[in-house]
Design a protein around this ligand. Sequence first.
Ligand code: ADP
Ligand code: MG
Length: 397
Amino acid sequence: MSFSKLGLSQPLLDAINKVGYQKPTTIQAKAIPIVLKGSNLIAAAQTGTGKTASFVLPILERLSTGNTERKKRARAIILTPTRELALQVNQSIEAYAQFTSIKSMAMFGGVDYAPQKQALIDGVDIVIATPGRLIDLYGQRAIHFDEVETLVLDEADKMLDMGFIEAINKIIARVPEDAQSLLFSATLSNPVRDLAKSALDNPEEISITKHSASKSNIKQWIITVDKDMKSSLLSHLLQQNQWKQALIFIETKHGAAKLVSQLEKRGIAAEAFHSGRNQKVRQQLIESFKAGEIQFLVATGVAARGIDIENLPAVINYDLPYPADEYVHRIGRTGRADAAGEAVSLVSKDNFKNLCMIESRLGHLLERVEIEGFVPRKPVPISILNYVPKHRREEER
Ligand code: ADP
Ligand code: MG
């Protein structure tokens, strides 16, 4: 599947190419044709699966014909729960619309009305707004809804959690009845379904359930950090978190031995498990670890592969594994049936491609965290979903 088969025109395909997306995500492949033909849609897919482009691209396509930038009118309204999301969606729109003449603006509370009012007078096509501020400006007659062609409720579950139902209903009641309505959400809870029922006439439905590669009771996240700070960050994590036990994966046996001595210098007892230690020692280490006598085991992926250490409270990828399947296998060692597990990976800039491959394998992005005092000087770039490494891309040509 490629973007060019979805019915998008050249200016949008050029922008997608420039942004660097190689192929549509699952939700994009399914939603774009439905939105393009003008149907109403309710769509659920996990956070980080590319929902924004799945409605923005077809909306841009549909807006590329017709009367644009009409004073105090919007042709598409996108409701989002927060200022940050409104800005983020607007940024995406600006990137995807860069070779078109379509204009957009983000609108949210907590700032002056005047610039927003002026922008509406100057004319925009798409308004991305938090519900409260939009209904406010509507009340002040700064914006009229009579030319709205598409209304999007983005992150609907979050908007409901934040108590926006009243403002949302007011907006729905005021846009033209024949406007296209789209609802996007990470989850389809009952309140979301109720909202969809009242807001969307005869919608098509897409629901993409979690990839089975991610067990739901495992909390996975990554910490971005500079390579040379990883060992002190690990000490910090082991001291801060109340992990009863953790299995720490590292790439090389020398690395394992070195890391254990670095931890020891900071007062943390750990054992190294790698092919450089003899069979008897290794067997003993496994037994002690299973018995809970060893709290932290630093293991190379290769040495740990054949052993059944499971049901751990935490797995730490000190080095990010390769290939992506190895990541899935490792995190599968945490998370008991009855309790939550954690899988944290330390990621530095030079792991970027590997990270993209892991996230593509999972089908979603991993939550990123920065720790105070360990914020990387060399930032890790924004992830690309459906990442295809260069040599494979060339093969596919
Ligand atoms: P969601 O709304 O589902 O949480 P977003 O729309 O915010 O997800 O997208 C998550 C990330 O994925 C963004 O950084 C976005 O740039 C990236 N992304 C979206 N579509 C693609 C694609 N087709 N290929 C690669 N990356 C993509
Ligand atoms: Mg989103």
